[in-house]
Design a protein around this ligand. Sequence first.
Ligand SMILES: Cc1cc2nc3c(=O)[nH]c(=O)nc-3n(C[C@H](O)[C@H](O)[C@H](O)COP(=O)(O)O)c2cc1C
Length: 308
Amino acid sequence: MLEVNLSGLKLKSPIILASGILGVSFSSMKRVIDAGAGAVTTKSIGPKPRKGYKNPSIIEIYPGTFMNSVGLGNPGIDDFVSEINEIKKYNIPLIVSVFGDTKEVYLDVATKAENAGADAIEINISCPHAEISCIGIDKALTFEIVKFLKNKLTIPLFVKLNPNVTNIVEIALAAEKGGADGVVAINTLSALKIDVNTKRPILSHGSGGLSGKAIHPIAVKKVFDLYNTLKIPIIGCGGIDSWQDVVEFFLAGASAVQIGTALYNGVEILTDINRGITYYLKNNKFNSINDIKGLAHQFKTQKVPDFD
Ligand SMILES: Cc1cc2nc3c(=O)[nH]c(=O)nc-3n(C[C@H](O)[C@H](O)[C@H](O)COP(=O)(O)O)c2cc1C
């Protein structure tokens, strides 16, 4: 009942681990799968090992809402290949998130990941506190990198969208035109938290990316808007911490979802969410996730009445 086919990836559950949370080691990714995820996305992996920013790099600012500026710390693709090999021994559907500073570097990292057994590539062109965010705010650059990678890769290519733009649909359309197999909406929202006593930003980097509970309605609106225009699948991401949050994404038009921040409270939430969605589908006499996809679009907003 929960199976989905996401651009050729057959998933037993539509819930995917989001990039950056528990996605650096084989053992943590396996834990997520054992708890019920349909696939895992790795931490964004670059060409070389990278330390990331100093602490504090992640803080909880309201219950369930976080700000981070971890700064794309990662082991580098050459070291990471051994984790990919390990994951693939268990046949776990694996999406490798990649980043670089030029399209050639993206390609090099993505090709190494594909050769090591990745089932799909997600390109991170959207981290709000790293230099790569400039690609994801520009439709021409987005089109160019997607087309370049699609020409060379054989596995599906997903594009992680930056919500910190005026018009996310136009960037997503550029990705679709470039040949993307899907988009992930959304990455974290650019944010700043200042300590009133020290009078300086709390995160060591200064600003950071907002994730978790508070961003869920924003992410749902982005998915809703994207569904009106895009033909390729949309993977909803942002603030999921219950099955209702997931169902909302499907009603808005998502084909699958990703979950990140909520997993800091334990991976068991995945089991509860799968159970909740199954219950919802059965209770409402639906046979599959596909049956509820985009249903919220039947709603027509009101016209502002004319003055008498
Ligand atoms: C600590 C942390 C690290 C993250 N690292 C990455 C990353 O490396 N690449 C990426 O594309 N997104 C990264 N993200 C963004 C998440 O994948 C996700 O888009 C965002 O957190 C919204 O989902 P959530 O509210 O369920 O966490 C990170 C998020 C957090 C909280």
